[in-house]
Ligand binder design. Structure first.
Ligand code: ZN
Length: 297
């Protein structure tokens, strides 16, 4: 057992260094300084912050269940942080969506023997495209309907969300821990983050936010893809803001305004101070919203 795991670590170190170099060259980002910080949310459920989307960790006697893998160069630090939470093997990881800051570590975890789960659409996007992911990075178990994983006293629910951030989103509900992980369907910082090239639609976003709100109890800790943990009231306010902005943009489109005119009209102005003070995330949201509403006419 000891030998086995130390061999795994040697392999992983080499892989992580190679990928780290590639990622650094690609993104100009130095992951060597990133620290992975664990926060306990309840009994045996923790979040891990490093660089990229928040990771969820459910530990216990049946082994570890994880949500998302951040970037490949961080795998070793993530595995070390998980070991401190729960010494058992990491058995499963589910990807909330395809983006590299949530799936970048997949190949390393797959190589370690962790079973990766995700939506069929997510697997197809990782496997296809101009730069297909290596086989070890691909989800082994795929689904397009709700799935329950029973371990560590939890009935973990993988709930598909259609077209809310991408076309392969999953929200993960831990009823016992009273936690929902939303992936990037919901971020508690900035405006909604649309990815129309990967299947985002505005109606999908609203359906996704409504699913989070209807699943959560008043006490449920909602862990967004990025940003601080909130409760369902914050998600409801976010949905209402998105609908108000949609109505304004739809009105401007009706008047025949171009996307540049819509941006100049500042339809998010009343929310900017609260949602994204001094930031520019409104622009991406408005451009995607304009495109989606224009094409849906
Ligand atoms: Zn994302």
């Amino acid at each position: 057992m000891r030998l086995r795991s130390s061999m795994f670590f040697t392999t992983l170190t080499v892989a992580a260094v190679m990928v780290a170099t590639a990622a650094f060259a690609q993104q100009g980002q130095d992951f060597s300084k990133v620290q992975v910080k664990a926060t306990k949310l309840s009994g045996n459920f923790y979040t891990l912050e490093g660089q990229g989307g928040l990771i969820g960790v459910l530990g216990g006697p049946d082994g570890v269940f994880m949500v998302d893998t951040q970037f490949a160069p961080l795998t070793e630090k993530i595995v070390a942080a998980v070991k401190e939470i729960s010494p058992g093997p990491i058995r499963f990881v589910v990807n909330t969506h395809v983006h590299g800051d949530h799936t970048g570590g997949n190949e390393n975890f797959g190589t370690l023997g962790v079973t990766i789960l995700a939506r069929e659409q997510l697997r197809a996007r990782l496997a296809g495209g101009p730069k297909p992911s290596p086989a070890a990075a691909l989800p082994v178990v795929t689904y397009n309907a709700p799935v329950t994983i029973n371990m560590n006293g939890e009935a973990i629910q993988l709930i598909p969300i259609q077209s809310a951030h991408t076309d392969g989103d999953t929200m993960v509900y831990f009823p016992n821990a009273d936690v929902i992980m939303t992936g990037d369907v919901y971020r508690s910082v900035g405006y909604p983050f649309p990815d129309p090239n990967n299947g985002w639609t505005f109606n999908g976003l609203i359906d996704g936010l409504n699913k989070i709100i209807s699943t959560a109890k008043a006490t449920t800790k909602i862990v967004p893809g990025h940003g601080p943990i909130v409760d369902k009231n914050a998600v409801a306010a976010h949905r209402d803001m998105a609908l108000a902005v949609r109505n304004k943009v739809a009105g401007l489109i009706k008047q025949g305004q171009t996307v540049e005119q819509v941006l100049a009209a500042k339809p998010t102005a009343e929310f900017d101070g609260k949602v994204d003070p001094g930031g520019s995330s409104h622009e991406r949201f408005l451009r995607a919203l304009y495109g989606n509403l224009s094409s849906a006419k």
